[in-house]
Design a protein around this ligand. Structure first.
Ligand code: GLN
Length: 197
């Protein structure tokens, strides 16, 4: 049976994620209400504007259902989605779900480099032959991961920065993999669903 992947569809770039997931053979749905979380195995929280997402998550009562979902499903937060799942947010401090022990600084690249395309290195030290691979990366008013907590594994770097990381259930990226023509990161997330918990 194909993996059931949802994307939080309150605001932002959810459609592009669902298109990539569908191309990879997943069964996709746009998640607009907390009840829908019961019908999926994995959830993408897309980029957008985290302050707006926070207000919409209040309005639709998503906070507790999302925390509960992480006990049985996998979550992939990109950009604003990463800001929402982090345990600590700075510049400025704001509320977050606390699903992954990282400190994230919002809008960390400043005005000169608000948005840019680049490439970084994927390195999975946990895999048998320590896989490395170049991946394209689109950064849009991107956050920076300033601290990785215990049990959080760096998976990709751009220069000095860790730009992709994971725990057992939660994957995050500071860039927008749905905007480049390389499904590798989405494929990686789908493979997390098959890992035993
Ligand atoms: N700058 C946005 C924020 O702080 C995130 C940008 C994005 O998701 N591309 O919420």
């Amino acid at each position: 049976m194909s993996v059931r992947v949802g994307a939080l569809a309150l605001q932002g770039d959810f459609d592009a994620h669902l298109r990539v997931m569908a191309e990879l053979g997943a069964q996709t749905s746009a998640i607009r209400k907390p009840e829908q979380l019961r019908q999926i195995d994995a959830l993408v929280i897309p980029g957008g504007e985290s302050t707006t997402l926070i207000k919409l998550m209040d309005a639709y009562d998503f906070w507790e259902p999302l925390r509960e979902f992480t006990t049985r499903g996998r979550v992939f937060g990109t950009c604003a989605g990463l800001i929402l799942v982090a345990s600590e947010v700075i510049n400025p401090a704001q509320r977050s779900l606390g699903l992954l022990d990282v400190t994230v600084e919002r809008n960390s690249y400043g005005r000169q480099r608000e948005s840019f395309e680049s490439a970084g290195q994927f390195i999975d030290r946990n895999s048998d032959e320590s896989k490395t691979r170049e991946i394209p990366m689109v950064f849009i008013r991107a956050p920076r991961i300033q601290r990785l907590g215990e049990g959080v594994r760096a998976l990709a770097t751009h220069g000095e920065d860790t730009v992709m990381a994971r725990s057992d259930h939660v994957l995050v990226a500071t860039f927008h993999p749905e905007l480049s023509h390389d499904p590798f990161v989405h494929q990686y997330f789908l493979s997390m669903v098959d890992e035993p918990l």
